[in-house]
Every structure is written in structure tokens, then in C-alpha cells.
Design a protein around this ligand. Structure first.
Ligand SMILES: O=C[C@H](O)[C@H](O)COP(=O)(O)O
Ligand SMILES: C=C(OP(=O)(O)O)C(=O)O
Ligand SMILES: [Mn+2]
Length: 444
């Protein structure tokens, strides 16, 4: 009989690749199962406590990173730029919220993608869809698009080196608050961002005040930084799940936090069952069709003990729908004994394809969904606890609008994402300033 951590094997597992060589997959999984864990269970417990603080209205979660990390993109420059962007956003949000901001990258493991279609057709030729670097290659050839089990182990090593650099940056002095603030001054001194100058000046005064008071800036040279990805691919997530020697309970050591995607959150499906059995804090994406009943049943299955910090709902409703779709869910939670953390993903409900063929999103729609999220929480009296965005620290042109006024034509110049469009460095900072304003209003 199969039970416990392997019970998912008896259930429907959606969005898995078609591997042609099952024995090679089993060999790769066996190899992964004896490689060192990427995170320590004690760090995961600390994160759960931090998220509990956010769920109770006393902290804010920032999750950001690529839609699909790539092996080629795991360079020092690109990792640094992403970490830097998250740190820059976090300073602005900390000030706006007057609360600690929990920093979390969609990094060091965000390699597997669910797709709307199993195949892609170009010029009459049909091949398997790209499912992320941990499964197959992006090049449109039969060889590259075939699922390759060797990529499972390559994914682990890429995650390990990415995480190593993240730890070095965030513990070794790169995260120094004064330095991060200095970078933000560079952003607001650009005339295109003059609108945010006042807020930047206020933050500046706050830091000068801290310096004058003799605040301990040594401690502010380091920061906690957590990793997260969608727990999609069983042949990676299962072997990375280990029994913690301290407590005898299972932790998925591939990252601190994993989430279940909108396409795989079926109550009776394999993903929900597997994640119900691990100790990590978990996220669940909720799209606009989610009913209060779906949501409450997910809580019963994934958090029967109602443990603070265990569940984060990441809503991705779309700017046009959030104001109608979110309040009934918030009301249902208010009337229950559950205390999830609420986070907005203003990206995945706002996709569109331009006539020239680019998958994109409008910056204005992203901002509008964030505003709708705050409005819904204000109306119901619940805590808008975080934001989840697809971003990069590079100057790509993938989302329309923002202070650089990226238009359909400009998308062609630097569109690099292999899956969904990301906010670029400037757009990410601009969003952070706008969210900081919302947080300030929410407090008033
Ligand atoms: O990142 C999310 C999904 O993988 C993505 O939105 C699916 O995109 P598709 O509709 O192009 O498959
Ligand atoms: C696949 C994703 O989102 P969702 O499951 O919300 O569509 C994602 O976060 O990249
Ligand atoms: Mn995506």
C-alpha cells in the first residue's frame, strides 16, 4: 500500500512532462534524493513564524522573480540584479507599511512551468511545449523539446549555486540599508520618476534620523531572504523532501516556501495531497473562479490544525475582476476560524497578446489590480499582506507602460522571458513606490 509522502502517486498529477525514458527519470530522482538539502528545516520554521506575523497584520510579504528561471540566466550579474531589485523594493515598502517586509525570491528553483497547451505549433510543425529548463529546452527542435531527465539534476545544481550567491549577497554586506537606499535615490533622481521624490526624501530623512540616534547599522548590513517556487514537478520535489532529524517530520528542502499553481490546485489532485504532508509554509494561487467553498475545503485539507503562517493565499484575479471576486472570499474567511496570509499576484490575471505576437501585461492593469486588492481588504477589514510579482533586475522590455512608456513596438527590442512577461528594474521600483503609498493610506 502506498501512503504518506507517496500517496500522491495514486492520484491525478496534472502538468507533468512526458518522459520517454522512465528508468533515467528514476535514476535522476535517486541521485537527487541523496544530494544535500538546499535549505535547513530550521530556516523554514523561522519563515513560518514570519508569515504568521504577516497574516496577523504586522508584516508584509514581498515575493518576486522570474516567471521561469533559466539555467543560462543563473549568472552573477543577473542574480545580483534580481536580489538588488527585491531589496530596493523592500526598503520602500518597509517605510510605506511601517512594518517588517519578508523578502522572498521566485529564485533558486523556479524552473518548471505549467502550460495551457501540451504542444506548440509553429509554421505547421507541432512539438511539445516548453515546460521550463528543468524539463526541456526552449529551442524549437524535436531534440531540444524532448523532456530530458538529466535536467532534473542540472536544476538542483543551478538552484544550489543561485542560493549560494543569494546567501552571500544578503549576509555579506551587499544588503546594507544605506547602500540600498542610495540605489533608490538613483531611481528617483531620474526626471521620469519625479512623482516619487517626496517619498524618497522622507525615507532619506528617516535614515538620517536613525544615523543621528546611533542606530546599529551593522545589523542592517544583513537581511533574511527566502526562496520560493511552484511545487509542480514531482520528480524534483519528492526526492528533495526529507525527514527532519530534529522533529521526524517531512520538509521539502528544495526551497523555504512552495506554492500550488492555479492549474494544479484540485482538492483531490496529487499536488494538494503532497503539499498537505510537508511542514513548509505553502502558497495557493486563487483565480477569479474560486468559490468560498473551494477555498475553505483547501484550508481543511492543507491546514487542518489552523497553524499560523501555514497558508498564504495568492490571489490572481485580473484587474477587472478582483473587486467582485475577492470580497466574498475575504468575508468567508472572516466568518471562519482560519487566518491565512493574503497576497496579491497582479500579473497572472492580466495577460494579453499583442498583434505582433508578444505575451505581455499592461503596467496600469498591474497597478489597478493592486489597488483593487487594497480596496477589497479595506472594505472587509482584513489585512492586505503582500505582493507577488514576476520581475527581473534587468532593463528588459516585456510589460507595457510604466514611466519609460514601453509600447508594443518597444517590446521587440529586449524581450527575453521564455514564459511570462516580467516587470523590468524600473517598473518594479515604480510599483514598489505605488504600493508603499497604498500601504500608507491603508494605515490611515
Ligand atoms: O507562468 C504561468 C504559466 O506557466 C503561463 O502563464 C502559462 O502560459 P501559456 O498560456 O503560454 O502556456
Ligand atoms: C504559473 C503561474 O501562476 P498561476 O498558477 O497563478 O497561473 C506562475 O506564477 O508563474
Ligand atoms: Mn508566470
Amino acid at each position: 500500500m502506498i501512503d504518506g509522502l507517496d500517496y500522491w502517486r495514486t492520484l491525478e498529477a496534472k502538468q507533468q512532462p512526458t518522459w520517454n525514458d522512465r528508468s533515467a527519470v528514476e535514476a535522476a530522482s535517486a541521485q537527487l534524493s541523496v544530494l544535500p538539502p538546499l535549505v535547513f528545516a530550521g530556516e523554514v520554521d523561522t519563515l513560518r513564524e514570519r508569515l504568521a506575523t504577516a497574516a496577523s497584520g504586522n508584516a508584509f510579504l514581498l515575493q518576486g522573480g522570474d516567471c521561469a528561471e533559466t539555467f543560462a540566466g543563473a549568472t552573477a550579474d543577473q542574480i545580483r540584479n534580481r536580489v538588488k531589485t527585491v531589496l530596493q523594493m523592500a526598503v520602500v515598502l518597509t517605510y510605506g507599511a511601517s512594518m517588517p517586509v519578508i523578502k522572498m525570491g521566485r529564485m533558486a528553483g523556479q524552473f518548471a512551468k505549467p502550460r495551457s497547451s501540451d504542444t506548440e505549433t509553429r509554421n505547421g510543425i507541432t512539438l511539445p511545449a516548453y515546460r521550463g529548463d528543468i524539463v526541456n529546452g526552449y529551442d524549437f527542435t524535436p531534440e531540444s523539446r524532448a523532456a530530458d531527465p538529466a535536467r532534473l539534476v542540472a536544476g538542483y545544481h543551478t538552484a544550489a549555486s543561485t542560493l549560494n550567491l543569494i546567501r552571500a549577497f544578503t549576509q555579506g554586506g551587499f544588503a546594507d540599508l544605506r547602500e540600498v537606499h542610495h540605489w533608490n535615490k538613483g531611481f528617483t533622481s531620474n526626471p521620469a520618476n519625479a512623482r516619487y521624490e517626496d517619498l524618497a526624501r522622507e525615507i532619506d530623512r528617516a535614515i538620517q534620523f536613525m544615523i543621528a540616534c546611533g542606530a546599529d547599522f551593522e545589523a542592517l548590513k544583513r537581511t533574511e531572504f527566502y526562496t520560493a517556487h511552484e511545487a509542480l514537478l514531482f520528480d524534483y520535489e519528492r526526492p528533495m523532501t526529507r525527514i527532519d532529524s530534529r522533529t521526524g517530520t517531512p520538509y521539502n528542502t528544495s526551497s523555504h516556501f512552495q506554492w500550488i499553481g492555479e492549474r494544479t490546485r484540485d482538492l483531490d489532485g496529487a499536488h494538494v495531497d503532497f503539499l498537505s504532508r510537508i511542514r513548509n509554509p505553502i502558497g495557493i494561487k486563487l483565480g477569479p473562479s474560486t468559490t468560498p467553498d473551494d477555498m475553505l475545503r483547501l484550508i481543511d485539507k492543507l491546514d487542518p490544525a489552523r497553524e499560523p503562517g501555514r497558508i498564504t493565499f495568492i490571489t490572481r484575479m485580473g484587474a477587472g475582476k478582483i473587486r467582485d471576486a475577492l470580497p466574498p472570499l475575504l468575508e468567508a474567511i472572516k466568518a471562519s476560524d482560519a487566518t491565512p496570509l493574503w497576497v496579491t499576484d497582479p500579473m497572472h490575471g492580466n495577460g494579453l497578446t499583442t498583434p505582433n505576437g508578444y505575451k505581455t501585461r499592461r503596467f496600469d492593469d498591474v497597478v489597478d489590480e493592486v489597488k483593487g486588492f487594497f480596496e477589497a481588504h479595506r472594505a472587509v477589514g482584513t489585512h492586505p499582506g503582500g505582493i507577488h510579482v514576476e520581475l527581473t533586475g534587468d532593463d528588459v522590455t516585456e510589460c507595457l507602460g510604466g514611466s519609460e512608456h514601453i509600447d508594443e513596438h518597444t517590446l521587440e527590442s529586449r524581450y527575453e522571458s521564455l514564459c511570462d512577461p516580467r516587470l523590468n528594474h524600473m517598473q518594479s521600483l515604480e510599483l514598489a513606490f505605488l504600493v508603499a503609498e497604498e500601504l500608507r493610506n491603508a494605515k490611515q
